[in-house]
Design a protein around this ligand. Sequence first.
Ligand code: NAD
Length: 491
Amino acid sequence: MSEQVLQNYINGKWVASTTGKFREVPNPATAEILAKVPISSTAELDEAVQLAHKAFQDWRRVPVTKRIQYLFKLKELLEANFEDLAHCITLEHGKILDESRGEMRRTIENVEVACGTPTLMMGDVVEDIAPGIDEMMIRQPLGVTGIISPSNFPAMIAFWFIPYAVATGNTVVIKPSSRVPITMDKLFRVMEEAGFPAGVVNMVHGGSGIVNGMLDHPLIKSISFVGSTEVAKHVYSRGTTNGKRVSAAGGAKNPVLILPDADIGTTTNIMMDSAFGCSGQRCLAASTAIMIGEADKVFIPAFAEAASKRVTGYGIKPEVQMGPVITPEDKKRIEDLIQQGLNEGAEMLVDGRNAVIPGYEKGNFIKPTILTDTPVGGIIATTEVFGPVLGIMHCKTVEEAIKILNDGTYGNMGSIFTHDGSAARKFRNEADAGNIGINIGVAAPMAFFPFSGWKNSFFGDLHGQGKHAIEFFTQTKVVIERWPKEWSRKF
Ligand code: NAD
């Protein structure tokens, strides 16, 4: 891929930003500069929002059965461009090609689910709530909706929102992560080919200035944000203060309970994929393994062996199992956190620091790292490392482990590995996390279920995907009607 200068997409046209400010987008495995992304101005954002608002007046009147035809076409085009898009995700993010393919599959799944919007956005009617009076609830679109996406899923996360927003009759302005903007550029080219009318989908590149501009813009009626907790809190607070509907997903720390009766092979494979898949840069990464009772005797050596064997390198190569982390700054941040964990008393089991991949010396590589005896309440147990680092803790009982999970500030995912149905049931019932895995390492809800973070992993009421997204992007209107018989003309 040769270096390209990205543009905004406003009202059906590709428009160069006039600020003259850019950020480089490097390939995290090679450090090659792939593109330059503009840091647009709030005036450029305002233009996009005004035109999206204008487009909304017509788009909301397009019958829903016709609106979803654009999504059917989009699904077809995404399938046709599947490999190219997956390849682009790997180039700019670093995750391995199979992980990028998985991301694209879930992206498309959200388009498929939103094709059911005529059924999903149905209202309710009750006849004769009083003599001759009927009452109904209908769902109407909000207007211009703002979407702000993170770096770890350059395609999928925006699609937890876009298909539902447009199918329900809203228009969209998105600000993609400026770390991974190339995939969204390609996705907009695909959406352009799908033929959405001008102004229905718009993209403005930039940084926090554009985010704050979206949060303050009176014509933006809702904000869907996914990113780190600190920014999610800011987005939720500023957006709601300005009267917007806001859904803001934040960071995570995901404990996984390993019981002594868990299946060794399956649990080890799944745990390695969860902790080290996408180099640990998933909000559903298993980041703490809590060994219950004697589980550590078998699982610690099994994890150590599997982690040491994991092949780290450039994600487009078929033999590679784990890619780099996104930036050199993240590599340093992660290595510093590992050191702080050791300073606090954790023991190094597998050390992935100072990784050098021959031929890719400029890449941001850290190999799988496992720390044992990470103290409860310590940095590794409580901070989102967002890198290929698994901390191991020990507990005598499931109750003790559930307490550690529930005392944590995040609530994105909790998992348990066991053959014991009763322990699994207790965990499912008592764990304070919105996405639960039972013998599952990455409990990522399918597109027809909500992506249900809790606590510091989510600020808002309605999550992305499925029925929650339909509710989020529509406001309910209740109509009470009286049509007395005596008013009828006689025909
Ligand atoms: P991030 O918070 O740095 O950035 C997210 C978005 O916010 C980007 O578009 C970015 O440009 C913008 N932004 C960054 N700093 C800002 C600021 N100070 N003011 C206004 N806007 C700002 O997150 P990231 O590094 O891109 O993504 C990784 C994070 O996202 C992790 O914490 C991960 O757990 C989280 N995440 C959560 C979920 C979930 O469903 N809960 C899913 C994916 C990722």
